[in-house]
Write a protein that binds this ligand. Structure first.
Ligand SMILES: C[S@@+](CC[C@H](N)C(=O)[O-])C[C@H]1O[C@@H](n2cnc3c(N)ncnc32)[C@H](O)[C@@H]1O
Length: 406
């Protein structure tokens, strides 16, 4: 039985498991994870849950859609349908399940904070008053395209970014946002590309600053705070969407790194250096390898912000980095945190054959994790597996695997 309800469930693409209670969701995901990893690990996998599964997300991206109105009475055989003119509607919300061209007009939501719904109502009223057309995904017409909201769960800072194709009345837009979020930073982004992604060609500040700060609070096994790391997040920066549960995972990894006590860490697929910065005080040097340049710039900035000087950032694909600079320090620790697609086989093989004693693998996709483990376990044994539910109400789960050289 669900313990969080939403009237859009079943239609909206935002959630896929809201028909189950949170405990049932976790049990279902754990069972699926055990099944996928059964060739490698048969012990029960502990799952760290999200303490407050309602409104846990720190970021959402919504679409403005100009779309044909759905008619419940539509009957293909009815000859009247051939002559009945199409009716259109404008919606603002998450995409419909399995659709790229239609959005649900969100009136409630279990994912982002409780200000989301009043903000959407204020923006719909603003768009109507300004006579602004929502984007038509099929015809590529309209002005209003995407809306991004990000909040620092540990800092309370907020940023709102409106993605548009053309000019609009910035003053009235700022006033509409302020009516719900008086302290939010507000930006406008131009996006004329055909792809349906909130990817800006240019970004402009309308109010406040072009970033927010978020903090992760790292604790030891007794729950005592041992380190805090501050992150500067621009609209495009990658950051885990569930701050509170992510910091439990970073704390757990930090605890294991402390026990291993490596002199050097290789933080591969490092993003803006979350693992390197969380563990910088536990090693002499950390080498963070990431292929996206803006993430590296964020990482360098975040290192300065946190007074960290022993992290070296490399902008490279891991599969190229390991070819050009083979990891020779056998006493190093390798942390792997690849994207959903998993590791390039060349990277997995290089790590498997590196001879490095300790490897930690963090994965957001158990299927690709299992593929990579096929290669890694040729030379490594698995010491421990656990999971973190970063993504309540969806099928996704984060898995952590500790490996040791055989
Ligand atoms: C799951 S994120 C992990 C980020 C970071 N470890 C964190 O905790 O915030 C995966 C990262 O790998 C990067 N990436 C994807 N493919 C890559 C590759 N072939 N080589 C290096 N980095 C890659 C992505 O840009 C992304 O920042």
């Amino acid at each position: 039985m669900p313990n969080i309800t939403c009237k859009h469930f079943g239609v909206c693409g935002g959630c896929s498991l809201l028909n189950l209670s949170y405990e049932e969701q976790v049990a279902k995901k754990r069972a699926k994870l055990q099944e996928i990893l059964k060739d490698f690990w048969t012990e029960e996998i502990p799952v760290t849950v999200t303490d407050e599964p309602k409104n846990f997300r720190n970021k959402v991206e919504l679409g403005f859609c100009h779309q044909v109105k759905w008619r419940d009475d539509y009957d293909k055989k009815d000859p009247a349908n051939k002559t009945r003119p199409l009716e259109f509607e404008q919606t603002l919300g998450f995409k419909l399940k399995g659709r790229w061209d239609r959005a649900v007009d969100i009136e409630e939501c279990a994912l982002f904070n409780e200000k989301l719904v009043p903000l959407l109502a204020a923006l719909r009223a603003w768009a109507k008053q300004e006579n602004l057309e929502y984007y038509d995904q099929r015809k590529h017409t309209g002005v209003l395209r995407h809306l991004m909201l990000r909040e620092g769960k540990n800092t309370g800072e907020e940023i709102v970014v409106l993605f548009v194709t053309d000019d609009f009345n910035e003053k009235t837009f700022v006033a509409a946002v302020e009516s719900v979020l008086p302290n939010a930073n507000i930006m406008a982004a131009v996006n004329n590309g055909l792809a349906d992604t909130a990817a800006p060609e240019s970004l402009r500040v309308l109010k406040g600053k072009d970033h927010i700060f978020e903090k992760i609070i790292l604790t030891d096994e007794s729950g005592k705070t041992v380190r805090e790391v501050v992150f500067k997040l621009s609209p495009q920066s990658f950051f885990q969407t569930n701050t509170k549960t992510a910091q439990k995972m970073y704390s757990r990894v930090r605890g294991i790194v402390k026990k291993i006590a490596p002199k050097r860490i290789y933080d591969l697929y490092g993003g803006a250096g979350s693992f390197s910065l969380s563990c910088a005080d536990l090693c002499e040097k950390s080498v963070c390898v990431e292929s996206v340049a803006p993430a590296i710039y964020n990482g360098i900035e975040n290192a300065k912000l946190n007074g960290v000087s022993n992290v070296q950032f490399f902008c490279a694909k891991v599969e190229d980095f390991v070819k050009e600079q083979p990891i020779e320090r056998k006493d190093a620790l390798i942390i792997l945190d690849p994207p959903r697609g998993g590791m390039h086989p060349r990277a997995a093989k290089a790590v498997a054959e590196s001879g490095v004693e300790n490897v930690l693998y963090i994965s957001c996709n158990p299927v690709t994790l299992a593929n990579d483990l096929k290669i890694l376990t040729q030379h490594y044994e698995i010491l421990h597996v656990e999971a973190f539910d970063f993504f309540p109400h969806s099928d996704h789960i984060e898995t952590f695997v500790q490996l040791k050289l055989k």
